[in-house]
Ligand binder design. Sequence first.
Ligand code: PGA
Length: 235
Amino acid sequence: MNKKIFIANWKMYRSFAESIAWAAQHTQEIAILAEHNTIIICPEFTALAPLGEQFKETSIKLGAQNCSEQSQPGAFTGQVAAQSLKEVGCTYCIVGHWEQYHYQGETIIKVAARAQALLAVDIQPIICVHEQNLDEQLEAILSLNAPSLIIAYEPTKSIGTGKIPPISALQTAIDTIHSKIATALPSGNFSLVYGGSVMPDTIKQLTTLKHIDGFLIGCASLDFQKFKNIVTLTV
Ligand code: PGA
């Protein structure tokens, strides 16, 4: 059986110092969970290098929350290159998060370019999709010709609200995404994860979803006990 994927997206909640303190306190316990699951911790940029060091001898994976769409070094003030993420130990990176669309004017074209820049340095992009223009987002993802894909479906109304859609509606949306991707990628080399208000309260219902290989966890991943509960209630 494939390992379940748990992506902890700390967003901009936890500072550099707080991230380091968290890692010092919890690495050992998370490492035990990471022996049987794919656990990906995504702190803000400044904390990536020290957490990369901390996780080095463990199975915990390090992920960034975004990266530049530029694949070559250059005059791109304020951007962070995929190559740098690689050098500090990232093996995953979230791209196309709804909050990037909402606050930073993200575009589908840029998300595809970010994913391409990551693939060029062997970082696995975790490509978020949401319900608006979903077909266009999926087409852009499929045009990447990536050797393997992780797609995170996040209904926008569920992000940070504590509410998930009715399970039957969610399953319908997931079935549609799954069949589109499975038809285009008969190799089956892709994972579909769900994100949006994944919490100890909602996880039991969410684990009934078919075609879901894991979860993208925002707020609840900040609380160690809640995160651990989500992982242990799923498997
Ligand atoms: P949430 O965030 O779990 O706080 O809803 C999920 C995400 O979008 O990362």
